[in-house]
Design a binder for this molecule. Structure first.
Ligand SMILES: Cc1cc2nc3c(=O)[nH]c(=O)nc-3n(C[C@H](O)[C@H](O)[C@H](O)COP(=O)(O)OP(=O)(O)OC[C@H]3O[C@@H](n4cnc5c(N)ncnc54)[C@H](O)[C@@H]3O)c2cc1C
Length: 511
């Protein structure tokens, strides 16, 4: 196989990479995308997502720009509210315990709407996330939690639409092509060495953008950086996210940044395979725990299931489940709430038990101390403030009182059979530590100077997420920083061309 050199080479073919490629092309560069996976598995973690994207908007008029297909019926029957820049800033700072890099957050927040509009112009369609981010109460949907839009067709749709746009714009995409090393000309990056089958090739480029995801699919790196026990987590997404881009850049002196012992991890089907399964997508997640309770092997509750909207707790509760004995938990619901369970509870590959009484349910919860489970439910039922109204669309304050581990919202007694229980373990989504970049998406070296011709975007950028994560911010971050990386990479090569034209003149003036 012969590779042509390109102005800009992009490593990866997920959301961040494809946005970077489209942006570089728009700024006049010839672009080549390298994807390690075969076409059938291409698109990285992005392909596994629901395509939900966190974006600021001031009302339905903004949403109509993003989603011109919104019908009058949908507008009339929905309270879309607003998600202001101030709310997005607050969410990022609060959830990262004020550790997030303020400059990166500003870039993310202030560019979110215009970047999604740009994607729309490139051909990505967006739709409202009914059912998961808005429930119908008194005949009207109300959105909550700052997450209102998703790409049409979910993650598959997003990858397809971005890939089509890339091909239309003349971007070459090479599948089954794994970047293994960054090429250097002195200290400047000058291309990428790739492996295809058993052969190595050099691809020369004026700029390289690494957008090859985190290290979540690499058990050795997980254990080294996240800590003992993390090799036991299931990987929610792509098996190709083994940290290659991070390692290649660190090897040539890139600086690292961010929460290297932190990651996004959720409650995930206990018997799910080691890596994500594209035929199931994100269906193994189990995110309706705010409406039920979770118990561990000892039969105890171990977390406040209703601490906040699931968007603000789900990404850190995977770690809490991993810390439980034997790394599992059961989620239990009764018939008062089963109609609120998300679609993922109705897939075929699910570890589920049902029973008509709690006594009948207890021994069916495999691995759980049945007697203690019954004591836990009795104490929980007695502690629920049933005098406060239940409302799934807002933090209703319907809570328990007097329990060591409270449930702060959406607390319902478990007393309306048949009961349903679902077994979960920890599923890791992506890692938070990564490369240090500046606001032009240039990768910095350990002296914090830009490494010439090297840019980065997406999951492998460190310093944005710490401890926790507001749902839908990953894709938006990849798009925002991908677009900036593409522009910077294209303009850098244009500047280099200008400099090389100017350099001889300067020399001739001096002599
Ligand atoms: C099940 C699931 C659901 C999720 N849902 C959402 C959601 O709804 N909203 C949201 O915002 N986020 C969600 N996320 C997180 C989201 O997936 C990521 O934040 C985002 O997709 C990361 O995009 P990326 O482009 O940085 O990486 P990826 O999409 O993982 O792309 C990395 C690419 O690099 C390629 N690659 C890796 N190594 C090499 C190499 N050596 N050479 C060449 N190519 C290489 C990979 O094959 C892949 O194509 C979800 C994640 C999972 C797993």
């Amino acid at each position: 196989m012969k590779f042509k050199s390109a102005d800009v080479v992009v490593i990866g073919a997920g959301n961040a990479a494809l946005c970077a490629a489209l942006s570089a092309r728009e700024h006049g560069a010839s672009v080549c995308v390298l994807e390690r996976a075969p076409l059938s598995e291409a698109g990285g973690n992005t392909r596994f997502t629901a395509g939900a994207m966190r974006v600021c908007y001031s009302g339905v008029d903004d949403l109509k720009k993003l989603m011109p297909d919104l019908t009058q019926d949908e507008i009339d029957s929905t309270d879309f509210g607003a998600y202001t820049e101030a709310s997005f800033f607050d969410d990022m700072f609060r959830m990262t315990q004020f550790r997030t890099d303020p400059a990166h957050v500003e870039t993310l927040v202030t560019n979110s709407f215009k970047t999604l509009l740009w994607m729309r112009e490139k051909g990505v369609r967006f739709v409202p996330i009914y059912g998961r981010q808005a429930f119908k109460v008194n005949g009207r949907f109300k959105f909550w939690g700052g997450l209102t839009v998703e790409a049409w067709g979910g993650g598959e749709g997003l990858v397809d639409q971005l890939t089509k746009a890339a091909v239309r714009d003349g971007i070459q995409i090479h599948y089954d092509t794994r970047a293994v090393e960054l090429l250097l000309d002195g200290v400047d990056v000058s291309g990428v060495k790739v492996r295809v089958d058993d052969k190595l090739y050099d691809i020369h480029a004026k700029s390289v953008i690494v957008a090859s995801g985190g290290f979540q699919a690499n058990p050795e790196m997980r254990t080294r950086y996240l800590g003992p026990g993390w090799e036991l987590a299931k990987v929610r997404g792509s098996r190709f996210s083994t940290g290659d881009g991070i390692r290649m850049a660190l090897k040539i002196g890139a600086a690292n940044a961010g929460n290297w012992s932190g990651c996004h991890a959720v409650g995930w089907e206990r018997n799910a395979p080691e890596f994500g399964d594209l035929s199931v997508g994100d269906g193994f997640q189990k995110h309706s725990y705010p409406f039920g309770i979770m118990v561990n092997a000892r039969g105890h509750r171990f977390v406040d299931e209703g601490a906040d909207f699931r968007n603000y707790t789900y990404a850190k509760y995977g770690r809490v489940i991993l810390e439980q004995p034997q790394q599992f938990a059961w989620q239990i619901f009764d018939q008062k709430v089963t109609h609120l369970l998300r679609d993922e509870y109705r897939i075929q590959k699910v570890t589920k038990v049902t029973a008509n009484t709690l006594e009948e349910l207890a021994p069916k919860l495999e691995g759980v101390d049945a007697q203690q489970f019954l004591k836990t439910v009795r104490a929980y039922n007695a502690a629920v403030r049933t005098d406060i109204a239940f409302n799934p669309n807002e933090k209703d304050g319907r809570r328990t009182e007097g329990l060591e581990i409270p449930k702060s919202n959406w607390a319902n007694t478990l007393d309306k059979p048949p009961y349903e229980a679902y077994a979960v373990t920890c599923g890791i989504t992506f890692t938070f530590g990564g490369l240090r970049v500046n606001s032009d998406a240039q990768v910095l070296d350990e002296d914090l100077r830009p490494i010439r011709n090297l840019f980065a975007a997406g999951e492998l950028v460190g310093g944005i997420f710490y401890f926790n994560y507001p749902g839908g911010a990953g894709l938006t971050s990849g798009s925002v920083f991908g677009k900036i990386a593409g522009r910077s990479a294209a303009l850098a090569q244009a500047r280099t061309a200008d400099e090389s034209r100017v350099a001889p003149l300067v020399r001739s003036v001096k002599t």
